[in-house]
Design a protein around this ligand. Structure first.
Ligand code: ADP
Ligand code: MG
Length: 399
């Protein structure tokens, strides 16, 4: 995974045209972005290439136009937000290939930045059509991919272009790949994985992959209910996939054979109704959950025990909250264990990598997002990586 080229491998790129794949699929409200984290993530790469005198052409998708021009999904909608984050004007180019692109490149000076239109306006993008990729590649001298979040898709702009131009990982991609490699590729043992969230069914491949790679597998959230039920525990009216009992048992057997300890909670936080601070709230041993109660978080004893496990570990990879963290006080376990992991990371005893939409939100809620070694905002690509899959966008860079 480490044999990809980075910006350190670029020679003199003065006057060269760089096709730079970025993630500009920003959440929008009333015509402007509500969160520019994705732009901030690629800013160092954009500015480094521009500072080196390249003409930088940003290539991105925006929404799901399904291979057709769509007036509401032009990347021109994010031009202002990108300019604000970069502190620089950029030129919008309403095509991805052809004479308009060629003329625009002629107008751009060395170090200038252009923004191509939504690459998904053309069906060749998602079909990864070689002719389409060649058509875009014809305008550039180099291809840089800085969009890890799109690397699980084999599209022309995320995978195809790497076959027709010298290909490099941008700084954000480089950081992400190094962090993921340190967490699961070549991690320092012992390694703990925390897998939480709502349902086992959405994370079967993650669990199968992890049991063979980590020494401690912590299962929390609604998923823990399914595992507890599989062991014969009565989980009342908790969120639980009873039909996955066999699967859960098989995963526990696999873990046993691989020498991986599976940690399930022995105390839990329960309530009769799912609401903030409900009157029926109580902490219970897992064996004493009533028929009309549901498990909404793991309990304080479990959190303390898991903290002790993390203290013996060198590496942690975390996906999925331990409880229904959006509602008070069912965020308590997630917040508490996140703080422990953050403190161990800051002490230098733990390498901590986390990802997943709700996981990132939960870590932000705990106020420790910046105290982990790396927090991935890549969503689908992060999960596919946790499933042990080869990501085509990454594979193309390392070929
Ligand atoms: P991520 O987005 O980080 O991959 P998931 O989407 O898999 O995480 O899971 C997050 C969801 O799981 C949250 O909405 C949370 O409320 C829910 N959840 C966690 N524990 C429970 C539980 N015990 N009962 C019901 N929902 C839960
Ligand atoms: Mg989610």
């Amino acid at each position: 995974m480490s044999n990809f080229k980075t910006l350190d491998d670029l020679g003199d790129i003065t006057g060269k045209v760089v096709l730079l794949r970025v993630d500009l699929n920003l959440p929008m409200k009333d015509g402007s972005a509500t969160d520019v984290t994705r732009v901030e993530a690629v800013k160092p790469t954009i500015l480094e290439l521009a500072d080196k005198g390249a003409k930088v052409l940003l290539l991105a998708h925006f929404g799901r136009p399904k291979g057709q021009r769509h007036s509401t999904m032009s990347t021109s909608f994010v031009q202002g937000d990108v300019e604000k984050v970069l502190g620089k004007e950029i030129m919008f180019i309403p095509e991805v290939m052809g004479p308009v692109v060629e003329q625009s490149i002629g107008i751009l000076r060395d170090g200038d930045i252009g923004l191509l239109d939504n690459v998904r306006f053309w069906p060749g993008e998602e079909a990864n059509d070689p002719e389409f990729a060649k058509g875009i590649a014809a305008h550039g001298d180099l291809y840089v991919n800085d969009a890890f979040s799109a690397a699980h898709r084999a599209h022309a702009s995320t995978e195809g272009l790497a076959h027709y131009l010298p290909a490099y990982a941008g700084r954000a991609m480089e950081a992400e790949l190094k962090a993921l490699d340190a967490a699961l590729g070549n991690p320092e043992a012992p390694v703990a994985a925390i897998v939480g969230g709502a349902k086992v069914s959405t994370k079967l491949d993650v669990l199968h992959n992890l049991v063979g790679r980590v020494q401690h597998l912590v299962i929390g959230g609604g998923m823990a209910n399914t595992f507890l039920a599989a062991k014969g525990v009565d989980v009342g009216k908790s969120l639980c996939e009873h039909d996955l009992a066999d699967t859960a048992n098989r995963i526990m057997d696999e873990a046993d054979h691989a020498g991986c300890t599976v940690h399930l909670p022995y105390d839990v936080v329960v309530a009769k109704e799912f609401a903030a601070n409900p009157p029926s709230l109580r902490t219970s041993n897992v064996h004493e959950v009533a028929k009309d109660e549901m498990i909404l978080d793991i309990g304080p004893l479990a959190v303390e025990a898991l903290g002790d496990v993390l203290k013996t570990c060198r590496t942690l990879v975390w996906n999925g909250p331990l409880g229904a963290f959006e509602t008070e006080p069912f965020d308590a376990a997630t917040v508490s264990l996140a703080k422990t992991a953050a403190a161990l990371t800051q002490d230098g005893s733990l390498i901590s990598v986390a990802g997943g939409g709700d996981t990132v939100a939960a870590l932000a809620q705990a106020g420790v997002k910046d105290d982990f070694t790396f927090v991935s905002t890549a969503g689908g690509a992060f999960l596919e990586w946790m499933e042990g899959k080869d990501l085509p966008g990454v594979a193309a860079l390392t070929a």
